[in-house]
Design a protein around this ligand. Structure first.
Ligand code: DGY
Length: 323
């Protein structure tokens, strides 16, 4: 038995990244990508010193009690709401995430989803594929303009700023944002973005994009009362986390055309999707793929692996989420 640290790779990842990890660690991986339940995950972590996770493994006090050797968990995601950070700190377990490497890719996707939603791209494609297109019509899938419209961004971290820059510089949009704190004036200037209270932003924006991290306070940040503030012509895009939007309230607002359309990449209780959303034509639904390009997913996996390597060779974690 070698004396290398033992690592669990909890989901299937790029084989060459597993090979890299094998140069440094004893690795148990999951090439068949089985979704272990918490008890199975705990059993596998019982003799491990570290773990490579994605957002689908919950790291909490119960799990750590079953994993006495565990010292570090590297998440292949910028979001880490699957970590109970307080419990990890109390147990002396280092958590890391994968920021920065996905910023521009995720901002691209936020914009793509906004455009698909406002311009009714998937709805019109389904119509065409169903053989229902018979001729040109003046109002066929008439949607909302993007250029020159008002973009409201809730959550103005790195990805939010990337979306703001795309909107302001690429599409001549007026950009409003709401965030826990205001950006420094030079960042506001670079994004051509104006700070507004949440309610005022919801009332004013033609397109609202959610890019904030999930916290318990952010649960149902957009529910019936907030949707009621939005214009009936407005669109809502969520690339942040499920649970920030009350999906049942959103489905009701879309069904009753209280807002025009929504684009959702994340869902409450995903991979389950609220059944009402699946029946509505005015919502674009994608399976949590905002960061999913080959180079970016590789960079995320590599950063998670590098965090484990740096932690165990004594350099300390590269992108810690607790200290
Ligand atoms: C993240 O990085 O937080 C994404 O949601 C996972 O793809």
């Amino acid at each position: 038995m070698s004396n290398k640290p033992r690592i669990l790779v909890a989901r299937a990842i790029f084989p060459d990244i597993v090979d890299l990890l094998r140069q440094h660690f004893e690795v148990e991986d999951n090439p068949d990508d089985i979704l272990w339940n918490p008890a199975e995950l705990a059993a596998r972590l019982a003799d491990k010193d570290g773990a490579f996770t994605t957002g689908s493994q919950r790291i909490d006090a119960a799990l750590m009690a079953a994993a006495p050797r565990l010292r570090v968990v590297a998440n292949m995601a910028v979001g880490y709401n699957n970590f109970d950070v307080e419990a990890m700190s109390a147990a002396g377990v280092q958590g890391t995430n994968a920021p920065d490497v996905l910023t521009e890719t995720t901002a691209d996707f936020g914009f793509a989803l906004l455009m698909a939603t406002a311009r009714r791209i998937t709805e019109s494609e389904h119509y065409l594929r169903a053989g229902r297109w018979t001729e040109w019509r003046y109002d066929l899938f008439a949607g909302a303009d993007i250029h020159g419209s008002t973009l409201g961004i809730i959550g103005m971290g790195r990805i939010g700023q990337g979306i703001a820059r795309r909107g302001a510089h690429g599409f001549g949009m007026q950009v409003l944002y709401h965030n826990r704190s205001r950006l420094a004036p030079e960042l506001e200037a670079r994004c051509k973005a104006r700070y507004l209270g949440k309610q005022e932003l919801l009332r004013t924006a033609d397109h609202v994009v959610l890019v904030l991290p999930y916290t318990p306070e952010a649960r149902h940040l957009i529910a019936a009362a907030e949707l009621a503030l939005m214009k009936p012509t407005a669109t809502l895009v969520n690339i942040a986390r499920g649970g920030i939007v009350d999906d049942a309230a959103l489905a009701a607002a879309l069904r009753e055309r209280r807002i025009a359309a929504a684009g959702l990449d994340v869902f409450e209780g995903e991979p389950r999707v609220h059944p009402d959303l699946l029946t509505l034509p005015n919502v674009v639904l994608t399976p949590h793929i905002a960061s999913s390009t080959v180079p970016t997913r590789r960079a995320m996996a590599r950063l998670a692996a590098d965090n484990l390597i740096a932690f165990f060779d004594g350099r300390g974690p590269l992108t810690p989420v607790n200290t």
